[in-house]
Design a protein around this ligand. Structure first.
Ligand code: PLP
Length: 372
């Protein structure tokens, strides 16, 4: 019995609102003739750093590169291991492999689905050099406990902030707790570019200097063809930086809208046999990149939503240790029980800042109808 159709995500609504500003910013860059490492990148990086409470920020080509350059700047290389959650987007692990290091997976907590600090402690080996807490779905990982463990063992901490722009833990924005924060501006993120783009926030000047070298062919600062480390480049281009500058002043309002949609879902879905997303951590803020239910009836629920014209998504249907790409690590089913269970039970409801109240109500009604 289909009612109002609700898309899982509709980027065209935001584009329609910002179209004129985006076009004029793009035109400004095209007319300028300056396309790489110019004033737009610099201004965006400064604005983004300020917003995330970090003294330093470098614009790079993607969230994947943000993670990879951060690990590289922290000294991760062949023979090292990096601890990361078994439930995340694959890039959190592939960057480790790309550096010749080995991902050391860690199970997630059943409610938050972020890295379990207790499991982290159990799984650390003497080869682990860094840890990547992922603020999955916009919810900060338990950074206090993770940082305590990492500091006691001398590990670098790279926060994967790809899904958590503007999220807060213990009164401070994510990306300013660890050594580095790696952000993605993939178009579907809470703030998205019109292509691939990313950024690295850093708190330590020397470590930031290492990132700046690595993102630009190891070029000596201020020099042209004097390269002091062997590195590729990965730079946020001027066009994407200018488009992101149009969007950045809206991020706080978009976050408010996501949180208000989430609160409406949470009110409307009480009493059903599903786990709802955890509330804000104390003195913190969930930014709801995704609004994720957990239910053993996940596949049936997704089907009934589809029948009613309601979009949904699964992030992620396979924990990383079960991917063919990581078969070589020798993990088996049962090694990360919570990540394995979550991969079978998570379902994301429509969530974007332009989602309308009548659409949220239609989603709630459709979920309730499935269980009635
Ligand atoms: C948790 C997580 N890490 C890393 C990435 C990689 O970001 P990008 O797609 O910008 O390379 C993403 C985005 O897809 C992500 O969701």
């Amino acid at each position: 019995m289909p009612g109002l159709r609700v898309p899982f995500l509709d980027l065209s609504r935001q584009y329609a609102e910002l179209r004129d500003e985006l076009v004029s910013s793009a035109t400004r860059v095209l007319d300028s003739g300056r396309y790489i490492l110019g004033p737009e990148n610099e201004a965006f990086s400064a604005e983004f750093a300020r917003m995330h409470g970090a003294p330093f920020c470098a614009g790079v080509a993607s969230g994947t590169d943000a993670l990879k350059l951060s690990l590289e700047a922290a000294g991760v290389g062949p023979g090292d291991e990096v601890a990361l959650p078994a439930l995340t987007f694959v890039a959190t692990a592939t960057v480790v492999s790309a550096l010749g290091a080995r991902p050391r997976f860690v199970d997630v907590e059943p409610d938050s689905l972020t890295m379990s600090p207790e499991d982290l402690e159990r799984r650390i080996t003497p080869r682990v050099k860094a840890v990547i807490p992922v603020h999955l779905y916009g919810l900060p990982a338990r950074l206090d406990a993770i940082l305590r463990i990492a500091r006691s063992k001398g590990l670098a901490v790279v926060e994967d902030c790809a899904q958590s722009h503007g999220a807060v833990f213990a009164g401070k924005p994510v990306g300013s707790h660890g050594d580095f924060g790696a952000f993605s501006f993939y178009p579907t993120k809470n703030i998205g570019a019109c292509g691939d783009a990313g950024a690295i926030t850093a708190v330590d000047e020397a470590r930031f200097a290492a990132v700046m070298l690595l993102r630009d062919c190891g070029r000596r600062p201020g020099a042209r063809y004097d390269h002091i480390v062997a590195s590729n480049h990965s730079r946020l281009d001027e066009l994407q930086a200018a488009l992101l500058r149009v969007k950045l002043p809206h991020l706080e309002e978009w976050t408010r809208q996501r949180r208000s949609a989430a609160a409406r879902y949470t009110r409307g879905l009480q009493g059903l046999p599903v786990s709802l997303p955890p509330a804000d951590p104390e003195n913190g803020r969930h930014v709801y990149h995704q609004y994720v239910l957990q239910t053993p009836e996940r596949d049936a629920l997704a089907k009934s939503l589809e029948k009613r014209g309601v979009g949904s998504g699964i992030y992620y249907p396979m924990p990383l240790h079960r991917l063919e790409a990581y078969r070589n690590l020798g993990y088996t089913e049962g090694d990360f029980p919570e990540a394995e269970r979550a991969a079978k039970e998570v379902l994301s409801l429509p969530m974007f800042s332009e989602l309308r109240d009548d659409e949220i109500e239609a989603v709630i009604e459709s979920v309730r109808a499935h269980f009635s």
